[in-house]
Design a protein around this ligand. Structure first.
Ligand code: ATP
Length: 365
């Protein structure tokens, strides 16, 4: 199984850095993406989850080449999506990425059979012909477990079968990246699970980099990495892995991390901010193995500060249950300690963790 961190130094298949998309409607600006950062390495399968209006569809529309970002970086498999001309865009959509949308009508033509829908995608892109094309169609439909439905039209298929055929269509031209927008949005729970497992099978079998955008938190259970979008930014990530414990038993472990961008910005979880009444500005302190964050005003004195440790958190005790974001546990475990006020509090309070004061500039109060 692919370790999501394994390719950290190679060129990612999806790279978004400080991505911004501003819509203007009736003179009012809406910032759908507000400096989003995302990296997906070749062969990874990642879910992007978030509440309604958080910017998921906007992100996917940009990655699919149907919309262009206002600013920032968006690169997919070597294509610069902000600089792409119309000819490159067409080639990109035909050969580099495959899409699965929520609505069947957007994925499949109703008057063609399953096999004809897959073959049409190859025809449009001009890939494979004759017997090679027919063999590829059958191979894909078999892979998605809808080989027996090859001669049926979408109206004669169940919702789950339609989405499996849609995945086969998306894979027809051997894309490097598969993008799916709420692929289980119109399916019941059991069918959703089957479709997600089919996508995972495709990811394992073909190694196609897969990004699923959804509001459904249950999707997280089917991928090794889930990225949470909040207010147009990636805020936290959950990584899932399997480990063997000291008794030789397999444990499914989920660890949650805050996302840190290139210049040291991170979003503190809402509940941390509420618990410590953090607002406007905070005090920071660089400790030997973590960064401390304290209210910059008269915050609650009865609770210890949030801390941001550099190392991944320990595995969760209960299998497959996401841990609280890493910063929470050291905070709870750490003895309440006084914030280390800096000589010039205003300067420290305004800077990010990365530019916080060096220890020798600090003084204990
Ligand atoms: N074409 C547009 N014009 C103006 N505002 C838009 C446009 N598209 C999206 N928005 C706004 O951008 C924000 C993000 O929308 P987006 O559709 O990306 O969210 P989402 O997370 O996909 O939500 P949902 O799960 O409800 O589809 C919302 O505030 C939305 O109203």
């Amino acid at each position: 199984m692919m370790n999501p961190m394994a390719n950290a130094s190679s060129e990612p298949h999806i790279l978004c850095a400080d991505l911004v998309r501003i819509f203007t409607a009736d003179g009012v600006e809406v910032q759908a993406l507000q400096g989003l950062n995302l990296r997906v390495d070749p062969g990874e399968m990642v879910a992007v989850v978030g509440a309604s209006g958080s910017g998921k569809s906007t992100l996917l529309t940009i990655l699919s080449g149907l919309d262009t970002a206002t600013a920032g970086v968006a690169r997919v498999a070597g294509h610069d999506l902000l600089a792409m001309g119309s000819r490159e865009r067409v080639a990109y959509q035909r050969h580099t990425v495959g899409f699965v949308w929520q609505q069947t009508s957007r994925n499949l033509l109703p008057y063609l059979t399953a096999a004809e829908n897959v073959a049409l995608a190859m025809n449009v892109a001009g890939t494979l012909r004759g017997a090679a094309r027919a063999a590829r169609v059958d191979e894909l439909l078999e892979l998605l477990d809808v080989g027996a439905e090859r001669d049926r039209r979408p109206g004669e298929l169940s919702g789950g079968q339609q989405q499996r055929v849609a995945i086969a269509v998306a894979l027809a031209n051997s894309p490097l990246v598969l993008l799916a927008d709420e692929p289980t949005g119109e399916l019941d729970e059991a069918t959703s699970v089957a479709v997600l497992e089919a996508m995972r099978g495709v990811n394992d079998e073909l190694g196609v980099t897969t990004l699923i955008v959804t509001h459904d938190p249950a999707v997280s259970g089917h991928v090794r990495r889930t990225v949470q979008i909040r207010d147009g930014r990636t805020s936290t990530e959950v990584l899932r892995s399997t480990r063997v414990d000291e008794h030789g038993e397999e444990q499914h472990v989920a660890e949650e991390f805050a996302v840190l961008d290139r210049v040291g910005r991170l979003q503190l979880p809402h509940d941390f901010m509420q618990t410590l009444e953090l607002r406007d500005r905070v005090r920071l302190a660089l400790e030997p193995d973590h960064v401390g964050v304290w209210p910059g005003h008269e915050g609650r004195a009865d609770v210890p500060a949030a801390t941001v440790p550099p190392a991944p958190a320990a595995p969760t005790a209960s299998p497959d249950a996401p841990a609280a974001p890493s910063p929470a546990r050291p905070a709870a475990a750490a003895a309440p300690r006084r914030p280390r006020h800096v000589a010039e509090p205003e300067a420290a309070a305004s800077g990010p963790a990365a530019s916080g004061p060096a220890p020798e500039q600090e003084e204990e109060r």
